[in-house]
Ligand binder design. Structure first.
Ligand code: CUA
Length: 329
């Protein structure tokens, strides 16, 4: 619909038409009423013009129906905008369950993308068409924002926190990717491209080198940093077992509960005493400075992959060989 208007970026995701339709509705309503006012100003200026300058207008005493009308009608129109925008907003922020996850870190002045299978790339993001993709990202230094106009998605990259965007590409091609938050001298150069590929091409691209999967890298770190010596899988170690914990709830020492998600794992590595699991001593040291953002993301991927002991037994009974890494969870 918009391809003829160079003012607007292409629509290359399932979210793009939703965002644009809302945008056009709001613009159309605003333009209609703005024009209406201008037209009446002009009409009245002509109709009631007074070249003699001697006519005096009749006094106006007000009109209840008129005042109710111009209060109630705009109220309902703005409620339509609000309701519609709420639906679109939820679609933008809530990723579907089955997504292809890609991790990213922004830093002065580049974007690094890390595919779970092991491929990593800088200022380029390869994604397959027709599949929901979720990019989970943070910043290593200052505020940045990951912005892909053709997908109509944008979110801030905040140091110490995970943000995410999701989209389902609908068109093969190469598109712009920007940093949309002023982040220093070379902010304007913090740009890149998104390459949307056919699924087969994407698989071929993925397998073209890349080294260890994030899960394998996470496992290495888990051993190197000594996590494995306390977090025994049977729960008998000095720290809680991490097997099957991703996505579960953990009861904390202070009686509260915590969802074991990316944020909780990141925090537990860097500031272990912050939300300590009930029944364990605060003996874990901080790993601040010993593991970078990408290491943390790999650790998360590894912990995600750990089956609970029951699941592991079932998996071994059902099929020989390990479960495929990096599949949708
Ligand atoms: Cu990074 Cu602007």
């Amino acid at each position: 619909m918009l391809s003829g208007i160079p003012l607007f970026p292409e629509q290359a995701s399932t979210l793009a038409p939703e965002v644009d339709n809302l945008y056009f509705f709001v613009t159309a309503v605003t333009a209609f009423f703005a024009l209406l006012v201008v037209v009446f100003v002009v009409i009245f200026a002509i109709k009631y013009r007074d070249p003699t300058g001697e006519r005096v207008g009749a006094p106006i005493t007000g009109s209840i129906p008129l005042e109710l009308g111009w209060s109630i009608i705009p109220f309902f129109i703005s409620m339509v905008m609000f309701g519609w925008a709420t639906v679109v907003f939820f679609n933008i922020v809530r990723a579907p369950d089955q997504t292809l996850e890609i991790y990213s870190t922004g830093k002065q002045w580049m974007w690094r993308f890390q595919h779970i299978e092991g491929q990593s790339e800088i200022n380029e993001l390869h994604v397959p068409i027709g599949r929901p993709v979720k990019v989970i990202f943070t910043s290593e230094d200052v505020l940045h924002a990951l912005y892909i106009p053709v997908f109509r998605v944008k979110a801030d990259a905040i140091p110490g926190r995970y943000s995410s965007i999701w989209f389902t590409p609908t068109r093969v091609g190469e598109y712009h990717l920007f940093c949309a938050e002023y982040c220093g001298t070379k902010h304007s150069g913090m740009i890149g491209r998104v390459v949307v590929m056919e699924p087969n091409d994407y698989q071929a691209w993925l397998s073209g080198g890349g080294g260890l999967s994030m899960q394998a890298r996470g496992e290495q770190l888990f051993q190197q940093l000594g996590c494995a010596s306390c977090h025994l899988p049977d729960g008998m170690g000095r720290g809680p077992s991490l097997a099957g914990k991703y996505g579960a709830q953990e009861t904390l020492a202070n009686g509260a509960t915590a969802n074991v998600d990316d944020t909780y794992i990141r925090e537990s590595v860097l500031t272990p005493q912050m939300r300590l699991v009930a029944g364990y001593q605060p003996v874990m040291p901080t790993f601040q400075g010993q593991v970078n953002e990408e290491g943390l993301m790999s650790l998360i991927e590894y912990i995600k992959s750990l089956p609970s002991t029951g699941q592991r037994a079932a998996a071994q009974a059902a099929a020989p060989g390990p479960a495929a890494p990096g599949g949708p969870r």
